[in-house]
Design a protein around this ligand. Structure first.
Ligand SMILES: Cc1cc2nc3c(=O)[nH]c(=O)nc-3n(C[C@H](O)[C@H](O)[C@H](O)COP(=O)(O)OP(=O)(O)OC[C@H]3O[C@@H](n4cnc5c(N)ncnc54)[C@H](O)[C@@H]3O)c2cc1C
Length: 515
């Protein structure tokens, strides 16, 4: 069987035996598929729904340096995060992760002791950056600012009580789901079979039964190893895996709600010593405000919902910092995700649960990789494959992913010279031309139509929607609007973009254009 080069919905023509089956195509499964295929293994990677259907699309979209873990004394995981952040920003995905200035306003409400503690933390974070060999050109050193400089960066802050600010830098993703899609597409480009709408209904260490959710047909597939990368659903394939999910909620505002806020603002949460609410400007003209940490019990929903109390809490915390605080009416969207945290004996608060990942083997031989975060996906995949190789279950070459650029990767200065449309360059890097050329080929339309944004506030174009169907496995309106693009985060924008998504599906000749 020829290796597949594109992501495809359903299981038609799937191989009946491979070296590795990967279950789940969030960032963890996509990373495992890429790691395995680039070690010379044959790979089938499947998701019951779509790429990035689960937690991976509900994150804060930050590529963390691990400062928070440092504060908790978890030095190893902090260092690992900083190393992985550097790899993403300088080698594998500089087109999808850019430096984000993060400003902590220091005002009269902030005790001097907390300001000193925060500054100490930022300096420790910079030491982490240096220990990870990430250049200060990629992530500049932290700085203390006076009140005028602080207001220059975030003019919407309340000036009357402001004493100054602390400025530090971290990584920000263009879009978390886009990272997942890019990793998955890179895996497919090396020959991995990447299939959506394919649910694993049972698994052992050497076989899976997979149901094609489009046709209902089931397939039995043999493998040398089966990797369970199903995040908060991991217990469904290995009942030994015990998770304590915690919900994190973000609000979505239009950029006009906090005018000229081009830096992230960290607003201290009253009554805590090191927790902040984050105001995060996004590349698409929205601002996210996050983030809560609420323990969740009971069945895991497909799509978690923010609670009213979380919305009120977040608005309440950030309102103290701004002259014209965002109101309930400024909230144009809200989303929640479940962290796949491993249960730890004797720990109650989910904020204290370790964010470290774990590789576990079930009695039937299924290898589960769970925990961790977007930032560390590459290392999680490496550890999972190294474990399988060292057990003698896979004859795998050494890991290559630390030096393997994802599709479209290029240095920011090279991308700035690109003549392709800016939005496509931001989301596809050097593949921006491929997106446009293939959309022209498939549709026969001119650039005026292919590159016209849906509206002044919805920058999505027909070109990227067509490419999502032809190259990224998008099958319906929801795939296009909620995962290949993120216009679905604002219901009104989603409604405005739906006709264009339907048109893309018609143009490519896909009949199943239902959301
Ligand atoms: C609110 C929030 C904010 C976060 N912010 C950040 C951040 O800023 N930076 C960061 O680095 N990390 C962040 N994280 C952590 C990070 O998002 C997660 O650790 C990561 O996305 C988990 O990815 P995953 O692939 O393991 O799981 P998921 O993304 O949930 O993927 C699991 C996949 O498995 C599929 N699946 C389930 N069952 C089956 C089956 N039987 N057959 C086939 N497929 C199946 C699902 O459809 C799903 O697509 C955040 C997490 C949360 C909740």
């Amino acid at each position: 069987m020829q290796p597949a080069r594109r992501i495809v919905p359903g299981l038609v023509d799937v191989p009946d035996a491979v070296d590795v089956v990967v279950v789940g195509l969030g960032i963890t499964g996509a990373g495992v598929a890429l790691d395995a295929v680039t070690r010379g293994l044959t790979v089938l990677a499947v998701d019951a729904h779509d790429l990035a259907f689960g937690t991976s699309r509900w994150s804060s979209k930050l590529v963390h340096g691990g400062l928070r873990y440092l504060a908790q004394g978890q030095l190893a995981i902090a260092h690992e995060s900083a190393v992985e952040r550097g790899i993403l920003m300088e080698v594998t995905a500089p087109h999808l992760v850019h430096p984000l200035p993060m400003l902590t306003p220091v005002n009269d409400a902030m005790p001097r002791s907390r300001a000193a503690f925060t500054w100490g933390g930022l300096r420790a974070g910079d030491a982490l950056r240096r220990s990870a060999h990430t250049s200060s050109r990629t992530l500049p050193r932290p700085r203390r600012l006076n009140a005028t400089e602080t207001l220059g960066l975030a003019p919407a802050l309340r000036p009357d009580t402001l004493r100054g600010g602390l400025l530090a830098w971290d990584g920000q993703l263009e879009d978390d789901a886009r990272l997942v899609v890019t990793v998955a597409r890179t895996a497919a480009s090396y020959g991995a079979h990447v299939r959506t709408r394919a649910r694993v209904t049972s698994a052992t260490g050497t076989a899976v039964t997979v149901r094609d959710e489009l046709t209902g047909a089931t397939y039995d597939i043999r493998a040398e190893a089966v990797v369970n990368a199903t995040g908060v659903w991991a217990g469904g394939l290995d009942e030994q895996v015990r998770l304590r999910p915690s919900r994190g909620t973000h609000l979505v505002l239009r950029a006009s709600a906090l005018p000229h806020t081009r830096v992230a603002v960290m607003v201290p949460i009253p009554g805590t010593s090191a927790r902040f609410a984050l105001v995060l400007p996004q590349p698409d003209g929205t601002i996210y405000v996050g983030l809560t940490d609420e323990p969740v019990t009971g069945p895991v929903p497909d799509v978690p919902n923010p609670s009213e109390a979380e919305v009120d809490f977040l608005l309440g915390v950030v309102s103290s910092a701004f002259t014209t605080p965002p109101m309930r009416s400024d909230v144009v969207g809200a989303f929640a995700g479940l962290r796949p945290l491993l249960e730890v004996e004797g720990t109650d608060a989910t904020t204290d649960l370790s964010r470290r990942h774990a590789i576990l083997t079930s009695p039937t031989g299924v290898t589960t990789v769970v925990g961790g975060k977007l930032t560390t996906y590459r290392r999680m995949a490496q550890d999972a494959l190294d474990a399988l190789a060292s057990e003698g279950r896979l004859d795998a070459a050494p890991c290559r992913t630390a030096t393997l650029p994802l599709l479209g990767a290029a240095a920011p200065e090279d991308l700035r010279r690109s003549t392709a449309p800016a939005r496509l360059v931001r989301r596809f890097g050097t593949d921006a031309d491929l997106v446009l050329v293939s959309a022209r080929d498939v549709t026969g339309l001119g650039d005026d139509e292919l590159l016209a944004p849906v509206s002044g506030v919805v920058p999505v174009t027909l070109a990227e929607l067509v490419f999502a169907i032809t190259h990224e496995g998008a099958h319906d309106v929801a795939d296009l609007l909620d995962r290949r693009t993120r216009v679905g985060l604002v219901a009104a924008d989603r409604a405005a973009a739906e006709p264009l998504a339907r048109r893309a599906l018609e143009l490519v000749g896909t009949a199943a254009g239902t959301g």
